[in-house]
Design a binder for this molecule. Sequence first.
Ligand code: ADP
Ligand code: ASP
Ligand code: MG
Length: 475
Amino acid sequence: MALITMKFGGTSVGSPEAIGSMTEIVRDALARGDQVIAVVSAMSGVTDQLIHSAQDAASGNKWGYLSIGQKLRDRHDEVINLLTKPGRNRDAVKTEVASLIAQHGELCQAVNVLGEVTPRIVDSIYAYGERLSARVIAAVLRDQGVDARAYDAGQFLITDEQYGSANPLWYETEAHVHERLLPQIANGVTPIITGFIGQTRDGHMTTLGRGGSDYSGAIFAAATAADELIIWTDVDGVMTTDPRLDSRARVLPYVSYQEVGELAFYGAKVLHPKTVQPIIGKNTVLRVRNTFNPSFEGTLIGDERRQVDTVVKAVTTVKDVSLLTVSGRGMIGVPGIAGRTFLAAARAGCNILMISQSSSEQSFCFVVVADCAHRVKHEIESELGTEMAHQDVDAVDVLDQVAIVTVVGAGMRGTPGIAGRVFSLMGDNRINVIAIAQGSSECSISFVIDQADLKHAVVTLHDLALETAPLASGD
Ligand code: ADP
Ligand code: ASP
Ligand code: MG
């Protein structure tokens, strides 16, 4: 008997058919004698709608948020009507859905009256998607004879107060999981837990960031010492590139933690970048699998850096970013300019995705998401005001409409000439490389190009990954 944490993403719970498939996956595991904890996302598109509802509320558009509430209610009711039988279970979950929708409306109404929305209220509004889906899925499973119960993750998952990208407090979370969750499982309950959300020590709802349900799945897998964590999604596994960018993308049978960390950080949406953190060093087997192709074994992710034939395993991209360059001849040998620049970026609330410095020290550049770029520029200009007045620093330039391309593969370590091959391919295809960075792990190379060249660059580099990609069984 194994304890398996299964995380189901938005598409995997996004329609009555999808919920039909995912509940079958859960039942099959239970029938084999395994114990299951399901961590579920909101139905696909629901979090986006909730974001709009908060914006509508803050801007006084009452009709907007009320109509979103009504659509959400209809969509969840449709699943209930199709997948549960008339009776007490159905009535009870319909009442729960109605009450959550009413609460959402009241919260939006409060925002409407105040005319502004705080990060704390935003998180409470965004949380309704997972709170609704978990209840509906638990009701469907109960209808199928499973002793399933829905839980808001905050009952167990305690976080700090960083609303919008909260971090788990491990000690409290593990304690709650041991005291409150494991005994339920031992009693034969199959918990259906909301992904994406947690709760502060004093009971306020938090969210872990977009795509954060993968991270929730890993947190619960780690805290329960699960034998396996399966990320059930809408593709066959981690692939050589985003299949939406190049339909030739193939499933990778095995990826190391380090490789998947780079892939996720540099844009492979299939896994949230923090997913592997909680389970590193544990004995939890991590797989990414397809809810709509459940007989396929998917991608195994582990801590071994297996050497494979492919040197370049995968190509990923991050779009809608800007490149900032800080330059000035007087910067040579002046310590601390880079450090102060990065602190200024942090003060502006922006993450730095990539850094590159030329050896002359006359300039360095870094990449942030486009929305942040001008805020960061102003913050740096005020931080380096004295240096700019003395003309030690000449300018902080922003280049918009660029993208990061990353090639990932542990086999690149110690294989000479890979970087050369990558960049000559770009040159041969007349794609201008604006800045380059290679991580010290040598497991990835990232570079910045004009966003207009993105598709061409990905397809060209993807050829390199496909040349020797090992086949996943069943591929
Ligand atoms: P979920 O809702 O299940 O969390 P996501 O939409 O967040 O699913 O992630 C799955 C999507 O990630 C896929 O549909 C695919 O388009 C995209 N994706 C991007 N890069 C990759 C990659 N390298 N391998 C697999 N999928 C990828
Ligand atoms: N529902 C959340 C989102 O859309 C979390 C997730 O699906 O992982 O970002
Ligand atoms: Mg996701």
